[in-house]
Design a protein around this ligand. Structure first.
Ligand SMILES: NC(=O)c1ccc[n+]([C@@H]2O[C@H](COP(=O)([O-])OP(=O)(O)OC[C@H]3O[C@@H](n4cnc5c(N)ncnc54)[C@H](O)[C@@H]3O)[C@@H](O)[C@H]2O)c1
Ligand SMILES: O=C(O)C[C@H](O)C(=O)O
Length: 333
């Protein structure tokens, strides 16, 4: 029996993500939690003739407790999205507290659950989640994942212009680093099958993967950021994690993790100077079982991209850690 919970389930990502979870044969019970509208979203989805038993919860009447109790996997797309002109870091002020509050609930009601953090800025919200879990004494690095799958999905999609592959998802491209602008590093040199990128197209392709989010924010023109592609990507990661947790072997996915807590991760943390980094991770029954090190086999251009990513990431990570260790004073009225 697998119980999944979507936190932020009524939002732009939350609704299509909940739909994909409801339709999945891997999920037996689905709880939707949000500060608004979950009874309606749950009622709507409950008419779908699929396996998952569904329920919707609001904060009142101990809703968070009821949603989270017994959860095996919690997926968090709660928080505000960007508008044109904003960076993901501009979301920190509001989303840091939202993520921390939800993680406190997870620490209390389902500390053994897998936790998938979608809320931005991922480079900081994952450290916030880890530090919050540490404070509660329940941090298991193998079970905490920053979802960077949308960057992988974009790399697969955008490289299709060059490969001409009918099904872009058949090209495997590791995307490492973090999840914002220059911290996103696609390693096209490690694509499988091999991809030859013409020199005059390389910089534009990398830029498009790094700033794909901005493309959507601009096109939505004030109505938010990527939601449908994110729901697809978030579900894809959740589905692969659930399959691995049920014993399917050979599942490797890039994800933003706390490296020192994962087999093989310590060396990458030392090499990059970052405790958190997205690398291809072998998923298994206990979660993130092995971090693979893609750094030894990169081109000169990729090396430069990684250096720029590390620079940006360090500050983002520190900001998240500090938010929990040295909380800002309450806002003055
Ligand atoms: N990781 C990624 O690749 C990625 C991709 C796209 C978007 N995002 C991020 O995901 C987040 C959500 O985006 P969206 O477009 O769905 O936004 P949205 O505003 O449409 O939905 C967010 C939902 O969160 C809910 N919420 C707010 N505070 C809450 C709380 N304390 N508890 C529970 N629910 C709460 C809101 O009521 C809303 O329904 C944003 O931070 C966005 O930047 C991440
Ligand atoms: O760009 C955003 O703000 C949302 C998300 O992180 C994305 O990559 O689409």
């Amino acid at each position: 029996m697998v119980k999944a919970v979507v936190l932020g389930a009524s939002g732009g990502i939350g609704q299509p993500l909940s739909l994909l979870c409801k339709a999945s044969p891997l999920i037996d019970e689905l709880a939707l939690y949000d500060v608004v509208n979950t009874p309606g979203v749950a009622a709507d989805l409950s008419h779908i003739s699929s396996i998952a038993k569904i329920s919707g919860y609001l904060p009142k009447d101990d809703g968070m407790k009821h949603a989270l109790t017994g959860a095996d996997i919690c997926i968090i797309p709660a928080g505000i999205p960007r508008k044109p002109g904003m960076t993901r870091d501009d979301l920190f002020k509001i989303n840091a507290g939202i993520v921390q509050g939800l993680i406190k609930g997870i620490a209390e009601f389902c500390p053994n659950s897998f936790i998938l953090v979608i809320s931005n800025p991922v480079n900081s919200t994952v450290p916030i989640a880890a530090e919050t879990l540490k404070q509660a004494g329940v941090f298991n690095p193998k079970k905490l994942f920053g979802v960077t799958t949308l960057d992988v999905v974009r790399a697969e999609t955008f490289v299709q212009d060059i490969t001409g592959e009918r099904d872009p998802s058949k090209t495997v491209i590791p995307v490492i680093g973090g999840h914002s602008g220059e911290t996103i590093v696609p390693l096209f040199s490690q694509a499988k099958p091999t991809v030859e990128i013409p020199q005059d197209k390389y910089d534009d392709l990398v830029h498009r993967v790094q700033f794909g989010g901005d493309e959507v924010v601009k096109a939505k023109d004030g109505a938010g950021s990527a939601t449908l592609s994110m729901a697809y990507a978030g579900f894809r990661f959740a589905e692969r994690l659930l399959k691995a947790s049920k014993g399917e072997s050979g599942i490797v996915e890039p994800t933003f993790v706390y490296l020192p807590g994962i087999d093989g991760g310590d060396a990458i943390a030392k090499e990059t100077g970052c405790d958190y980094f997205s690398v291809p991770v072998e998923l298994g029954q206990s979660g993130a079982e092995k971090a693979t090190n893609p750094l030894g086999n990169v081109t000169e251009k990729e090396k430069q991209l990684i250096e720029a990513a590390i620079k940006g990431l360090k500050g983002n990570i520190e900001k998240g850690v500090e938010f929990v260790k040295n909380p800002p004073p309450p806002a003055q009225k």
